[in-house]
Design a protein around this ligand. Structure first.
Ligand SMILES: Nc1ncnc2c1ncn2[C@@H]1O[C@H](COP(=O)(O)OP(=O)(O)OP(=O)(O)O)[C@@H](O)[C@H]1O
Ligand SMILES: [Mg+2]
Length: 430
């Protein structure tokens, strides 16, 4: 029996066993469709040559037998195309196994694939707060970071992109300061070219006592309105006047760019959705983040989740592109005698996760890290955030932020704040 996970290894096996046929092709695409069924896409020239066509057909037949029901029936499993460029229009293709002329096209029902890593955005550093699991203190850490950076005189732009379970805005804004609209409104208005109508009303400034300013763009406005109906449309691609589709990740990027032009922040903090989720993918891979903070609490579920992501990035050959921007954060670290043991376990598991990616750094590539397990500056070294009674189960984080003082924030978030100042701030904010 063949199940989904057998498709790749069995296909590689069949292609290797027939390397003479594969080797003579200019290119071959393994097209895995939405239902997880495989077809070949090969050059039209193959169809013209009887010998070549029969060889490829025979090869496909062998594969179809091996991976059924994850292949099209013999006789309908080969598509012919004029050029490689034609095949790749609007899709991402990745080199398959260790072949140099075979690519995989993996068509997903979701728009985001986690595998196209946008270049770092020019302008203010974009810092994404991400975690595999929810409830690990991500939004609270973001609020504390925004507050501290603003105390240092920075203009801080904060985006709540956890649209499905928003909450950050209430942490930083009292109810009477909530703006009229939020991110979801802009995304929906943009579909009918009306984004500008709400752009001026989707942010508010915080009234916390800081030298700089916090500009908060919440998920929804003070009155969420028909939020569920908006949310169901927010992530739509947009039909453009040129009859093409603009991905919603692109639309989101347009929004962030517009806001950045308008508000001129020194730094942009983004509260991402948790988990292996489409919206999270846009935050982590599509927005040109300078740093992606991976929040983790010690436990099997955390590492299984992160491992799934890392192995996907590895398989698609993009791990080195993204890895330079990743930084592990240890959330809710016990504040008692368990602390050392907890942090040691966290660091060990984190190192095990990153270790393979360190091997893939090209020889001679400049790096600041030694990549040893005990290197505190390496991306796997958890930036610990202490569990602290004062931050636990707050009725109102906003009220907490009004009363908080610097030493208290530093005691809990100091290491993270150092990181933000050190690694992100240095080239952009001076
Ligand atoms: N340093 C801390 N010490 C103690 N409790 C904390 C700390 N940080 C956050 N908490 C508490 O943990 C809970 C979850 O925090 P928070 O909402 O920031 O997490 P999150 O990761 O953003 O969650 P979600 O996935 O739901 O968005 C809250 O009750 C919060 O008060
Ligand atoms: Mg949150």
């Amino acid at each position: 029996m063949t199940t989904f996970d057998d498709i790749t290894p069995k296909t590689i096996e069949v292609l290797r066993a027939n390397s003479a046929v594969v080797g003579q092709l200019d290119w071959l695409f393994i097209n895995r469709d939405l239902n997880g069924r495989v077809r070949f896409i090969v050059p039209e020239s193959v169809e013209m040559s009887d010998v070549c066509r029969e060889q490829v057909e025979a090869l496909y037949d062998v594969l179809a037998d091996r991976i059924a029901p994850h292949a099209y029936p013999k006789g309908s499993g080969i598509l012919y195309e004029s050029s490689r460029e034609q095949v790749c229009l609007g899709v991402s293709a990745f080199l398959f196994g260790d072949f140099t002329n075979v690519w995989l096209i993996d068509r997903l029902a979701t728009e985001s694939h986690w595998e196209t890593i946008a270049d770092e955005a020019p302008g203010a550093p974009r810092i994404v707060f991400f975690s595999i699991k929810g409830g690990v203190g991500r939004s609270t850490a973001l609020a504390a970071s925004a507050w501290t950076l603003a105390r240092q005189g920075k203009r801080v732009m904060v985006l709540d992109l956890d649209l499905e379970s928003p909450g950050l805005s209430s942490a930083l804004l009292p109810p009477d300061r909530q703006p009229e609209y939020g991110v979801a409104d802009w995304l929906v208005e943009d579909l009918v070219d009306n984004g500008d109508a709400v752009l001026d009303s989707i942010y508010a400034t915080s009234d916390l006592q800081t030298a700089g300013s916090i500009y908060l763009i919440p998920a929804h406005g003070g009155d969420p309105g028909e939020y569920v109906s908006k949310l169901g449309r927010a992530w739509m691609p947009k039909a453009t006047h040129q009859a093409t589709l603009e991905t919603w990740a692109n639309r989101l990027n347009r929004l962030v760019n517009r806001l950045e032009d308008m508000l001129k922040p020194d730094i942009i903090l983004i509260d991402s959705r948790a988990g292996i989720d489409e919206v999270a993918a846009a935050c982590v891979t599509d927005l040109g983040a300078h740093a992606v903070l991976l929040f983790a609490i010690e436990g099997q579920q955390t590492w299984t989740g992160y491992r799934v992501l890392f192995s996907h990035w590895q398989q698609r050959g993009v791990i080195t592109q993204i890895r330079n921007r990743l930084q592990l954060v240890g959330g809710l670290v016990p504040d008692d005698e368990r602390r050392t043991e907890y942090l040691t376990a966290l660091r060990g598991n984190s190192f095990a996760l990153f270790e393979d990616t360190y091997d893939e750094v090209e020889p001679g590539e400049v790096s600041d890290w030694s990549f040893e397990e005990d290197d505190d500056n390496a991306p796997h070294a958890p930036l610990p955030i202490r569990w602290n009674r004062g931050w636990y189960g707050l009725l109102s984080l906003q009220q907490r932020m009004v009363q908080v003082d610097e030493s208290e924030v530093n005691a809990v978030y100091g290491v993270l704040l150092n990181f933000l100042g050190r690694d992100v701030g240095k080239e952009h904010m001076e």
